[in-house]
Each structure stands twice: as structure tokens, then as C-alpha cells.
Design a protein around this ligand. Sequence first.
Ligand code: HEC
Length: 110
Amino acid sequence: MRVLLLISFFTIVLISCTQQETKKNQEDDKSKMKESISGIEIFQQNCVSCHGAAGNLGTSGAKNLQTSKLTKSEIVLQVTNGKGMMSAYKNLLSEEEIEHVSEYVLTLRK
Ligand code: HEC
């Protein structure tokens, strides 16, 4: 009888653990969605004046982001440190924000 009780106890513990696991995954998905939204927001607040909403405006010689061939880490570097007419964003945006906006830049490619 004891053994049976023990087994059912462990089964219940196991079931509740797996349920928590799926809940955690759902929360992860939600935070991923939030990331991409804030990438757009950061872009619209800081980058559209030169690059335009679609990335191809080209004000003050801004490079076309639709045809850019930079990798994500190169974008992160350029946004962090700036280049030519483009100012550095390391004092304006957090590392995380630069990461998000760089991911967004990649989605502008045609
Ligand atoms: C003052 C205008 C201006 C603003 C604002 C600006 N940029 Fe730029 N951006 C430029 C210019 C000019 C270049 C070309 C720099 C060069 O190569 O000399 C450039 C180049 C880039 C490149 C490199 C493209 C390539 O293929 O070489 C990326 C990526 C980029 N900008 C992203 C951003 C992001 C993200 C933001 C906002 C956080 C931003 N820029 C804000 C002017 C701007």
C-alpha cells in the first residue's frame, strides 16, 4: 500500500513539473514577441530620420539598409560606435536595445 502511495505521489509531482515547463515556454514566446516590437520602436525613434521607415531613404548619405550586406554583429558594432555621418549610439541606447534594433534592421532586407 505504501509503495502504491509513493508511486502515485511521484506521478503527480512529475505531471505538475511538465505542466510548469510548457507554461515557461509560452512565457518565453511572449518575451520574444516583445523584443521585436521594441526593435521597431527603437528604429522609429532613432533611425528613420536618416534611413527612413523602410530603410532606403538615404538622408545625409545614410546607406540603404535593404541592400546592406552586414552581419548582425557588424550592425551592432556600427550602431554602437557610429561611422562617418552616423553618430554612435552607445550612450543613447543600452546594449540590449542595440541588439534589438540590429535584429530589426535585418528584417528590412529585400
Ligand atoms: C544622422 C543620420 C543617421 C542616423 C540617425 C542613423 N544612421 Fe545609420 N547610417 C548613416 C550613414 C551616413 C551611414 C553610412 C556610414 C558610412 O559608411 O560612412 C549609415 C550606415 C548604417 C549602417 C551600415 C549599412 C552598411 O551596409 O554599411 C547600418 C546598419 C545603420 N546605419 C543602422 C542604423 C541604425 C540601426 C540607426 C538607429 C539606431 C541609424 N543607422 C541611425 C546615417 C544615419
